[in-house]
Design a protein around this ligand. Structure first.
Ligand code: EPZ
Length: 419
């Protein structure tokens, strides 16, 4: 287990390129199950969760090859439609194989993901939606055992009670090979959902309503192999932007997905940071002085919950008080107690955090608890006087493509060391 050491208060400068989106690459890898031959994905980031998903696809009998950001995934030899607990427990997004397996093989045995640090994160809405398509689903020994009806899944009208990103993706993939039309109401509109839909269209799926909360999918007999470019990771881009805001300086974030980050750009501009799009790039300028700005996390196009910890880090040095309301997950404030170790002044009332800006943070040892919290701790340490360390950075490596190396390339005084 590594730790990361950070010497704070070092302004950043230079340019850094955003990697491909983890939360688009994961459903796209699961989509490989739907076609009988190789799906080629370009701009794939190098991170632990994708290695786990590749292990899962190979466990099922598929072939995976990764080379310089290009993934070739051939599920033509798929023979075992199952996702074992040993793999699923390390990555909840494994539930994304459920819909594709039911659509391709007519059956699936997928371990229930279990909760994680940020919440219970059930998949009840996924299961209810697949049952609406005729699937028979039992729970047996911690596994979802699902079977499609004779003749395959049937199109259905599904109205999600709660906006669910992977629930929408799971259903869209299942519906692409179902008989008849599926309408998904209250569908998630996250850019990664749209990216998945675009890849399915490239594979021959018939989907309309992209970027809206109502998706219409007309099932087809088979999907073809295709090649697809994964969108840039908006959360990594947002994380890099907050790093430049906190450390101060001038940074060019190359390939930042401006439209997908609309709500994040607005809030960071409100906080007094200069953001200037220039073609595909974003020029970030900051003198390190931050205005306190409140926010509420919402499904897209609202402010993303995956940027809440990073934005809270920014608010710890704001000029007054900021109210942050986390509405998506029930326990996504694990970073608060760690930020307090740097001298941050944060009080919690249930889902709401009141962050009173302090003049100076001081470096201290901290412990990462979940993926985005670990990023938030590193960002806050960039603004803290003296040395900080963040342990358990395996959380970071699950979802970021060498974030520490990217920050070092911008001049941050960071190094990785064995714990
Ligand atoms: C996706 O998770 C992302 N992961 C998460 O990113 C992200 O935080 C989340 O969407 C919200 O944007 C991937 O895309 C791989 P949800 P997902 O289903 O799909 C409840 C990261 O850091 N819910 O949209 O699991 C759920 O408990 C990760 O990259 C049910 O109750 O999230 C939550 O409160 C963390 N029943 C809310 O809905 C269900 O069946 C939204 O969850 C499904 C969800």
């Amino acid at each position: 287990m590594d730790k990361i050491l950070i010497e704070g208060r070092q302004p950043l400068s230079g340019e850094v390129r955003v990697s491909g989106a983890k939360n688009a690459a994961l459903p796209l890898m699961a989509a490989a199950i739907l076609c009988g031959g190789p799906l080629i994905l370009n701009n794939v980031p190098r991170l632990r969760d994708l290695v786990t998903m590749a292990s899962l696809l190979r466990h099922m009998g598929g072939r995976t090859e990764f080379e310089n950001g290009r993934a070739e995934l051939d599920m033509g030899t798929l023979h075992s439609p199952e996702a074992p607990y040993e793999l699923v427990k390390t990555m909840r997004a494994s539930a994304l194989v459920l819909g594709p397996l039911l659509a391709r093989c007519g059956r699936a045995r997928v371990s229930l993901p279990g909760g994680c640090a940020i919440g219970a994160r059930p998949i009840d809405l996924h299961l209810k939606a697949l049952e609406a398509m005729g699937a028979v689903i039992d729970l047996d020994g911690g596994y979802v055992v699902a079977r499609a009806p004779k003749g395959g899944l049937r199109g259905a009208h599904v109205n999600f009670d709660t906006v669910t990103v992977t629930g929408t993706e799971n259903l869209m993939m299942a519906a692409s090979l179902a008989r008849g039309r599926t309408v998904i109401s209250n569908a998630a509109r996250e850019p990664e959902v749209t990216d998945t839909a675009r890849a399915l269209l490239a594979m021959g799926a018939e989907i309309s309503g992209l970027e809206t909360d109502e998706l219409v999918i007309d099932g087809v007999g088979a999907l073809r192999c295709a090649s697809y470019q994964v969108m840039p990771d908006r959360i990594e881009a947002g994380t890099l932007i907050v790093a430049a805001a906190l450390a101060g300086g001038r940074v060019v974030v190359k390939g930042s997905p401006h439209q997908a980050l609309d709500a994040v750009y607005d809030k960071i501009r409100e906080a007094g940071v200069g953001l200037k799009p220039e073609g595909e790039d974003l020029i970030v300028t900051s003198d390190g002085r931050i205005k306190s700005v409140g926010l509420v996390t919402r499904p897209y196009p609202g402010f993303p919950t995956d940027m809440q910890a990073q934005f809270m880090a920014l608010m710890t040095v704001g000029d007054s008080a900021a109210i942050i309301n986390e509405t998506i997950f029930e326990n996504r404030f694990m970073h608060v107690s760690e930020l307090r170790r740097l001298g941050a002044d944060i009080t919690l009332e249930g889902h709401v955090a009141v962050v009173r800006g302090v003049r100076r943070l001081s470096g201290a040892p901290m412990m990462a608890t979940d993926l985005r919290a670990s990023a938030g701790l590193i960002l806050a340490a960039l603004a803290a006087k003296g040395q900080s360390e963040v342990s358990r950075v395996y959380h970071l490596d699950r979802g970021y493509d060498k974030l520490d190396e990217k920050l070092i390339s911008l001049g941050a005084r960071i190094r990785r060391a064995p714990a």
